[in-house]
Design a protein around this ligand. Sequence first.
Ligand SMILES: *Cc1c(COP(=O)(O)O)cnc(C)c1O
Length: 413
Amino acid sequence: MTLLNKDHFIELDRQDPLAQFREEFELPEEHIYLNGNSLGVMPKASKEKARKVVEQEWGQGLIRSWNTADWIHLPRRVGDKIAGIVGAAPGEVIVADSTSVNLFKLAAAALRLRPNRHKILSEPGNFPTDLYILQGLERFMDGKVHLHTQPRQEILDAIDDDTALVVLTHVHYKSGAMFNMAEITRKAHEKGALILWDLSHSTGAVPVALNNVEADFAIGCGYKYLNGGPGAPGFLFVAQRHQAELEQPLSGWFGHANAFAMSDTYEPAPGIERTLCGTTPVVGASLLEVGVDIMAAADMGRIREKSLKMSELFIALVEQRLADHGFGLATSKRPAERGSQVSLTHEHGFAIMQALIKRNIVGDFRAPDIMRFGFTPLYVRYIDIWNCIDALAQIMEIAEWDRPEFKKITAVT
Ligand SMILES: *Cc1c(COP(=O)(O)O)cnc(C)c1O
C-alpha cells in the first residue's frame, strides 16, 4: 500500500455522506472519542429531552403523564423503532430492563420451548455477564440443563440433538470478531435448537437482519452504539412465531394482559409485552429514544461502509507507523469477520491507553492486554483516526507511557 498521508483523511471527511450527523452530538472540546462501543456520546437533543421529561412530564404532569405523555407505550414505541435497525418487524422488539436481565428472561423462556433437551451452548470468553447469567440459570435448573462452551471455530459442530439453546454475542466485545449469523442460525435450526443473539456490539454498528436469518431471540444494549445514555435500558427481540407460547419467569405486572385490572392471577399479554416485568424506567427510556431516532435516520449501509473504511485505515496506519513498537492485531483483517472496532494487543496496553486518554483520545483497555478502539461513524471523523495514530506514535517514540502516573490501575478500565 502506498504511504497514507494526512491530506487523504481530510479529503475523506470532505466527501463523507454521514458527516452532518456529527452535528447532532455534543462531544467534549478537542476530544477524539473511540469508545462509543462502551458508552455512546450524548446527542444534543438529549439535554432538551431530559429537561422536558423531568420538568414537564414528571414535574408538572405527575401521574397523569402515564397517559398524557404516553409513558405507558414507551417500551413498545422505542422497541418498534429499534426493530427497524435490527431487521425485525414492529411488535417483535421491546425496551426493558438491562441486557443481563433480558438474557435471563429469554434464555429461561427458550428452555421451556425445548423441554427435552439439556444443553445451552455458548463460547468461552463470551462477555462475562452472558456466561454468568447462563451459569445462574444452570444452577437454578438443578442439573436439568448444563452450559457448554465451545471455541468459536468449533461452534457449528457443537450444536447437536441435545442442544436446547445457542447463546452467542454477534460481535465480540474484546476482539471485535463477528459471527456469521445466518450460517449459525441455520445450523441451530437444522438440529432443532433455538438461538439467542446478543447484539450489544452490533446494534447501530453493523447491519443486522434478524428476520432474514430467522433468528429466534435477541437482546441488546441501549447505551453503546444507540447513544441512549449511561445505564439506558436494554431491549429484546422475540420472533413473532414464538410469542404466543412464550413463558418467561419474571412475570411481573407490566407483562400482564391487563395490568390495571389488578387481578390476583397472572395472565401474559398476548404479544411482545409479555416479556416486560415491572415499571418502565421512564427517564432512561425517554433518553434512549433520542439516540434511537438519530440512528434510525441514518443509512446502515453507509454506516457499515464508513466503519469498515475507518478500521481498515486504522490497521494500515498501525502497520505503517507503529511496526516496531510491539503491537499485535487482535481483530480480523477480513471485513466480514469484523464489527466496528479494532483491538490491538500490547504488553503495556493499559499504560499506553492511559497516556492516550491523557491527550483526550479515549479508547479503553480490557485485561490482560487488549486496547480497544471503537469506530462510530456518526460522530468519528477520518482525521480522528490519523490523529489517534499520530499521538500513539509519539507516545511510543518517547516512551511517554512509561511514566508512573499512567500505571495506576483504576476501578473501571
Ligand atoms: C455491554 C454488554 C452487556 C451489558 O449488559 P448490562 O446488563 O447492560 O450490564 C451484555 N452483553 C454484552 C455482550 C455486552 O457487550
